[in-house]
Design a protein around this ligand. Structure first.
Ligand SMILES: [Zn+2]
Length: 331
């Protein structure tokens, strides 16, 4: 019989401690040992910070590791648990999905103890870490194929009280965008599972093509603001500078705001994130590759909106998302 998922140390230990979360071996691979940091300062909010859910989104693991350096000094109360890379196999491969089973870790929660490796990781987190906390910061980014402003994203939550609390903490990150994103593919997501357990779940996103120093500084400032809002660290929250501005806006987007490519081809962006566009404005151009005489296809804004995300990686298939539009949240 396989061993059960377990921690190599006691999370109730006072002060700073480190160890591993052991994900048992299965038919597809050996056991995994995920490094875990814990800082337990007694009464107060209980927070789990995770990075590396998707392996090609490396801002999260880097910022999580920075937190491990300064939190022991800065944390005043409560409990913070950090797992910088919850999917080390995908991080090592620099792929979104886990290479061994091809699964998206963020679609298999709460996981299965007898499942494939992604499902076993989700099971270990769901069983051993989630019950220890009230709030989760899951640090994502948009990966190498999108431009996306620094943002905190949440999906609509049926529980009004949880929705209100989640939006309040999301806005406290003071990133340029807080986005309420309605979409149809939320089964098995870490946040969907955490919501079902009554937890506040904050999903930070940042997409800029590649990991860079400026993006990391903004990302870290946002997470620090979130920690201040929870009362875990002291300090004054400030908007980080993004494109020479210090401000934030709360937007909403739904499935009809996702613009898709009308055909396969090379996508040429003609606008930038946070641009305001009117109905009919040019968002981008699709270049079919069959011949030089094939007409390129204009992709235009269907309504007045704000460009929230735009594809930055060249070739797209037909019906693939190339831009994400949004509008100010109407409460
Ligand atoms: Zn992600």
């Amino acid at each position: 019989m396989n061993e059960a998922p377990h921690l190599t140390f006691d999370l109730d230990t006072t002060g700073v401690s480190t160890g591993h979360l052991v994900v048992p071996k299965g038919a597809d691979c050996e056991a995994l040992s995920l490094p875990v940091f814990s800082c337990n300062r007694g009464k107060g909010p209980r927070l789990l910070i995770t990075g590396g859910n998707h392996g090609d989104e490396l801002e999260g693991p880097i910022v999580a590791r920075r937190l491990v350096e300064w939190l022991p000094e800065a944390q005043k109360c409560g409990r913070i648990i950090i797992v910088p890379e919850i999917n080390p196999l995908a991080v090592q491969a620099w792929t979104r999905n886990t290479p061994i089973d091809g699964k998206n870790l963020n679609r298999v929660f709460p996981g299965r103890s007898d499942g494939s490796v992604s499902e076993r990781i989700a099971d270990a987190i769901s069983r051993l870490l989630l019950p220890m906390v009230d709030t989760i910061f899951d640090l994502h980014s948009f990966g190498p194929t999108w431009n996306f402003p620094p943002a905190v994203i949440t999906h609509p939550i049926a529980d009004v009280d949880l929705m209100t609390k989640t939006l309040r903490i999301s806005e406290a990150f003071k990133l340029p965008v807080t986005l309420l994103w309605e979409h149809n593919d939320t089964a098995g997501m870490f946040d969907t599972w955490a919501h079902s357990q009554g937890k506040i779940f904050i999903c930070a996103e940042f997409g800029g093509g590649t990991v860079g120093a400026e993006a990391l500084a903004i990302y870290e400032a946002g997470v620090r603001n979130g920690l201040i809002a929870l009362g875990l660290v002291e300090g004054k929250a400030e908007y980080p500078t993004f494109r020479e501005q210090k401000s934030g806006q709360t937007l909403e987007t739904n499935p009809s705001d996702q613009l898709k490519s009308p055909a396969p081809g090379i996508f040429e962006p003609r606008c930038s994130v946070l641009d305001e566009v009117k109905q009919g404005d040019l968002i981008g151009i699709l270049h079919p590759m069959e011949s030089l005489s094939a007409d390129s296809i204009d992709i235009r804004a269907p309504t007045t909106s704000i460009v929230c995300g735009i594809r930055s990686g060249g070739y797209v298939q037909g019906n693939e998302e190339v831009a994400s539009l949004a509008r100010p949240l109407a409460l």
